[in-house]
Design a protein around this ligand. Structure first.
Ligand code: PLP
Length: 767
């Protein structure tokens, strides 16, 4: 961003009320919405935007510390910072858009806005390639097509270019009008429009009208192939240009409809902007292939699966079928459609679309039915309504290279975190504990997801875990609970924030910091308020603060403690005492040190069962994974972890024969057993031997027979009709983590963190 605008112009444009110190003049060069990306904020204005997890207002201090002195807010903080200007507005996003619009109006080169239900990014990128042969082009970054993203893209406009390409997402009704006012595109591109949706039919004309509002003042509008016969009559008289491709138009290096139509549009627009034909021709072979939208993988029974369950658009079905043709060669092509009710009109529409493709087979699956067909050696395209849950189905058809695996549902994790977020005060920060491989869910993937959705802090047990996270690119602040002296240099190098719990440890850290010439290194003071584990005792507070006050090398980022029985709601007295002691300690420290620090004592159960208006951060662990001993609360949570395997082999055991090591089980009659590649080496404890535990197959409990081995178990399946390869549930819908852990005579924490690292982790994200 390279602005040069006076603060007073911003104040005027924001239509806000100023509070605090207002300088006569102040040059603004950038607008900031994320303090992590701020280096020196002297010439920045910070916009406190409202996110799902985060409220920008909580980062004002941080921005201030980085030099920012002007803040756009929708509510004022309790105490105003010195020399700071607050501009109070109703909606901080709208205020940001106002500046973006003002900035956009400084430039009168053409702005091309691109929207549509599919193909926006490809079209924009390819148009960029054509135009760049003649012009200096600026284009919005990928996925910057939301209300906020478009504003940020516009703020990037500068004099050193001749044309700008802005991608605009299909958003909620009514939003296009706002986007139009903001962008005022000179040229409009509508790539495609989802006129029919598997889940509901929409009125084509209404949809078109909504989208086209974006181009209300455009001099020229380009429509993607096929859009001419889509009820555009209301556009008559508008300067509409249709971008049609013909097969012999050009020698394209790709054959699918989606790529062809993107090229057709890009060529039409480039030609309109007077890019010479020979430039276009030369550029075509250089066009980058964008990542295929369709997920394709090896399936069971030698099938290739095209998973298109994320897109419910019926028009996109054509593109998917085209893609299927392009990879099928001579193999049979099958379409599986999942519907949630018997809707014949949708089916007719589907058949009309599929008819020209001459599929070898079309299977329709309804929500309630178990699929009863087998498909082999084919290229299978899977699509369906959201309610029909076809995504789960598509996953089931995936060839499982890992017979035993756990599945982590990231959408459920996000859901659970949002539930906790709703329980705490809106300014309370959230730290998610990812110690012990994020409770067994896998350290890196889980932490990366948590960072992406906007959680404030991560917590780990050891510095090594923090180093691993940093190496994987995680930037969130990380609290290290057991930071040992050997790890201090790593903490310094990788910006990990150690927990300090003893004077010896504090002294050792100071030595390292002094040796490395560090100042204000963030630390977290850990107090023991009743757990009798690591931590300073409350009687040491004074002495501790005396030491810290004389040491500029360190900065108290937070003070915290841990509850011993936060799940005990029957007798809360111990916990209340702990919270009380903790509050006293914090208040005492705050009297002695000038800088504010975070206070945190509540873990997952603590958040649900107790509250303390004094805490400014909470530490969530097991609750994020859907586990709570509070039965009422648990109903709000979704399970995150499923543990699955498959049957390796079936065997008949005659009456009197024994099974497994030590021959601990002798068949009382003839039985059928299934052998499953799962043992105590995976975390399926030996205590579960001989019927003490078991697994679920076809929703039926199958007890273990014989002892659990290191890599295998045997279970009784006499009453079932099963085959090798059938799915086995160890943790899932029928056997939850709580149930299995109690069979193991332990707690969910131990079960989850005890699932061995050799068990493959796969991640599901429904969005
Ligand atoms: C593990 C841990 C947590 C998280 O506890 P849950 O009960 O899993 O929510 C919080 N704080 C500390 C200090 C921890 O060690």
């Amino acid at each position: 961003m390279n602005l040069a605008i006076d603060l007073h112009t911003i104040i005027d444009l924001s239509k806000g009320e100023t509070v605090g110190f207002v300088p006569k003049k102040h040059l603004v060069k950038a607008l900031s919405i994320d303090t992590r990306k701020l280096v020196s904020g002297e010439h920045s204005v910070f916009y406190a935007l409202q996110g799902e997890f985060k409220d920008g207002h909580a980062f004002i201090q941080d921005a201030y510390d980085k030099g920012v002195r002007a803040f756009i807010v929708s509510s004022l903080p309790k105490t105003l910072l010195k020399q700071a200007t607050y501009i109070l507005v109703k909606n901080t996003l709208y205020a940001l858009q106002a500046i973006a619009k003002h900035h956009r109006d400084q430039f009168n080169y053409p702005i091309v806005a691109i929207t549509g239900s599919v193909g926006k990014t490809t079209t924009k990128e390819w148009l960029y390639y054509f135009l760049a042969t003649k012009f200096r082009v600026i284009r919005s970054p990928k996925s910057y097509n939301s209300q906020l993203g478009v504003a940020l893209s516009l703020l990037e406009l500068n004099q050193d270019c001749d044309i700008a390409l802005i991608e605009v997402g299909i958003s909620a009704p009514g939003e296009m009008e706002r986007q139009e006012k903001l962008i005022r595109p000179d040229i409009g591109i509508l790539t495609a429009i989802g006129t029919a949706h598997l889940d509901n039919f929409s009125d084509v004309t209404e949809l078109c009208k909504e989208k086209i509002q974006l181009f209300a003042h455009a001099k020229k509008i380009f429509l993607g192939p096929g859009l001419n016969n889509r009820g555009w009559s209301f556009l008559k008289g508008d300067p509409v240009e249709l971008s049609e491709y013909t097969n012999d138009m050009l020698e394209l290096p790709f054959g699918d409809i989606a790529s062809k139509s993107a090229t057709a549009i890009a060529i039409s627009v480039a030609t309109y902007l007077k890019v010479p034909a020979q430039n276009i021709k030369k550029t075509i072979p250089l066009l980058p292939r964008l990542a295929m939208r369709l997920e394709t993988y090896e399936g069971v029974n030698n099938n290739t699966i095209i998973n298109d369950t994320y897109n419910l658009d019926l028009d996109a079905l054509k593109h998917s079928l085209e893609f299927q043709v392009s990879i099928a060669k001579n193999r049979p092509r099958v379409l599986i459609i999942g519907l949630h009710d018997k809707n014949t009109s949708i089916l007719e529409k589907i058949y009309a679309i599929t008819q020209p493709f001459q599929l070898d087979k079309i299977e329709v699956v309804y929500l309630s039915e178990e699929p009863s067909f087998t498909i082999e050696n084919s290229v299978v395209l899977i699509k369906g309504t959201r309610k029909a849950n076809m995504q789960k189905w598509a996953m089931q058809l995936k060839l499982k290279k890992h017979k035993t695996q756990i599945e982590i549902n990231l959408s459920a994790l996000r859901h659970n975190l949002l539930q906790y977020k709703e329980l705490v005060d809106k300014n309370t920060k959230m730290l998610v504990m990812v110690k012990a491989q994020a409770y067994g869910s896998g350290l890196i993937k889980t932490a990366q997801f948590i960072e992406k959705i906007g959680i404030d802090y991560l917590g780990v047990a050891y510095a090594d875990e923090g180093v691993e996270l940093r190496k994987a690119g995680v930037l969130l602040p990380i609290l290290v609970m057991n930071a040992e002296e050997e790890a201090f240099d790593d903490c310094i190098q990788y910006k990990l924030e150690p927990s300090i719990y003893s004077f010896e440890q504090l002294e050792a850290l100071l030595h390292h910091l002094i040796a490395q010439n560090k100042e204000a290194f963030p630390i977290h003071l850990k107090f023991d308020t009743g757990m009798n584990r690591l931590g300073f005792s409350s009687t040491e507070t004074r002495k501790l603060i005396d030491v810290i006050r004389s040491q500029p090398e360190i900065l108290i980022k937070s003070v915290y403690s841990h509850l011993a029985e936060s799940d005990n709601r029957k007798d809360p007295s111990f916990t209340l005492r702990q919270i009380e002691t903790f509050t006293q300690i914090c208040n005492q420290i705050q009297k002695m040190v000038p800088t504010p620090f975070l206070r945190h004592i509540l873990n997952s159960e603590g958040i649900v069962n107790f509250s303390s208006d004094q805490t400014t951060m909470v530490r969530i662990g097991i609750g994020a994974f859907g586990i709570s001993s509070n039965e009422i609360w648990r109903k709000n949570l979704r399970p995150v972890i499923a543990w699955k395997s498959t049957i390796s082999q079936l065997k008949t055991v005659e009456k009197g024969e024994s099974i497994g090591y030590n021959r601990s089980f002798v068949a009382p009659q003839k039985i059928t057993i299934a052998i499953i590649p799962l043992g105590y080496g995976d975390g399926f404890r030996r205590i579960l031997s001989n019927g003490k535990g078991g697994v679920f197959i076809q929703g039926v409990f199958c007890p273990t027979v014989g002892n659990v081995c290191m890599d295998m178990i045997m279970v009784d399946v006499s009453h079932l009709s099963v085959q090798a390869g059938d799915e086995v549930e160890i943790i899932g819908q029928h056997q939850g983590i709580e149930a299995l852990s109690s069979l193991m005579e332990t707690i969910p924490y131990e079960l989850m963190t005890g699932i061995s690292q050799r068990v493959y982790r796969s991640y599901i994200n429904e969005e």
